[in-house]
Write a protein that binds this ligand. Structure first.
Ligand SMILES: NC(=O)c1ccc[n+]([C@@H]2O[C@H](COP(=O)([O-])OP(=O)(O)OC[C@H]3O[C@@H](n4cnc5c(N)ncnc54)[C@H](OP(=O)(O)O)[C@@H]3O)[C@@H](O)[C@H]2O)c1
Length: 310
């Protein structure tokens, strides 16, 4: 099935690099298997479907044969109806952001057979829970041979979120102090490692069972949020706080422990929720307005920046 779809896709791409094998050339199919969401709901709505179309590649895109995909909280939320104002009209939906696999056709600088891993943009329509996923060349990178496909597929979406926050927004640098709220989760563990690698002094909150793991990643302090008061457990002010939980209490603590000029970054925005409730035309501007208002409030009251990575 994979070989047939790949052969078909390669033929359809003008100028695509091809690795023509006699076997692949004989086989013709423009469809593959995929895990789809035909309607919103719990895990029981998921269906494995045959014959799902493999679209033509556009310039700069890569057709990746999936060897492993991973499950992010966003996948579960999309399955349950988060973002329904965008996704409902296009059901059945293929969910999934992360992937690790092999290039089978491309209009980019990748080569056929190359092992790659990466993640789709959060708003991409056709996900990765399929034999053949389509990603842009900017969403992929060569897979190190030291990682298995399963390991590689667990990294990109969560780690890129942490990277965008710490490097893109806060621009952390050596010697700074970083607090990661929710350091035991996927985004949190990525953030701890990225901040440690950047030479920062890192503290993190996490559950009891994650304390040792967080310390083993290089955090100087791991605070058990189920047993300790975070605000009293941390000493001094931080340059950046990444809050992967985004509850009112974690936001309050995060804001209070920042120095003036510091950055508070949260992953919990209201755009999708408000768009689902009031429609795109009203919900998205309302979410933007609410975010701007909060940014201005914190700048005025605490002298800090606030950024959202939804
Ligand atoms: N994964 C992604 O790629 C991604 C990307 C963008 C946004 N997000 C969003 O970011 C959030 C976190 O994602 P994730 O993938 O990191 O989730 P996750 O792997 O499920 O981790 C969540 C962690 O939060 C911890 N936790 C819960 N309440 C806490 C609190 N009050 N204080 C400190 N830690 C607390 C839990 O710790 P214990 O289990 O130890 O109690 C758990 O380890 C989700 O809302 C998700 O939608 C995720």
């Amino acid at each position: 099935m994979w070989g047939r779809a790949a052969a078909r896709a390669r033929r359809r791409i003008a100028g695509a690099r091809t690795a023509s094998t006699a076997a692949a050339a004989e086989e013709e199919k423009s469809s593959c298997r995929a895990v789809v969401v035909p309607r919103f709901g719990g895990p029981e709505v998921l269906e494995v479907r045959q014959g799902v179309p493999v679209p033509d590649l556009k310039p700069g895109q890569v057709l990746v044969r999936a060897r492993a995909v991973s499950i992010n909280p966003l996948d579960l939320r999309m399955r349950s109806g988060y973002g329904r104002s965008i996704f409902e009209p296009i059901l059945p939906l293929i969910i999934g952001r992360d992937i690790s696999g092999e290039v089978v056709a491309t209009t980019s600088s990748f080569t056929i057979g190359q092992e790659v891993f990466g993640a789709l943009h959060p708003t991409a329509i056709r996900g990765t829970y399929t034999d053949y996923a389509i990603l842009s060349q900017d969403e992929l990178t060569p897979k190190p041979s030291t990682l298995t496909h399963v390991e590689a597929s667990a990294i990109p979406f969560a780690a890129l979120t942490a990277w965008r926050a710490l490097h893109g927004s806060a621009r952390i640098s050596e010697g700074q102090r970083v607090l990661v709220i929710g350091g035991g989760g996927d985004v949190g563990q990525s953030a701890v490692q990225l901040a440690v690698a950047a030479g920062c002094s890192v503290s993190a909150t996490c559950g009891t069972q994650s304390i040792e793991q967080v310390l083993s990643l290089g955090a100087e302090k791991a605070i058990d949020y189920t047993a300790e008061d975070t605000e009293s457990a941390v000493k001094g002010k931080f340059d950046a706080v990444l809050d992967t939980i985004g509850e009112p209490e974690t936001e309050r603590v995060g804001i209070n422990v920042l120095r003036r000029g510091g950055h508070y970054m949260t992953l919990q925005g209201e755009a999708a929720v408000l768009a689902d409730r009031y429609g795109l035309a009203v919900g998205l501007p309302a979410a933007t307005a609410a975010l701007l208002k909060k940014q201005m409030q914190y700048r005025y009251s605490h002298g800090i920046g606030l950024d959202l990575f939804e």
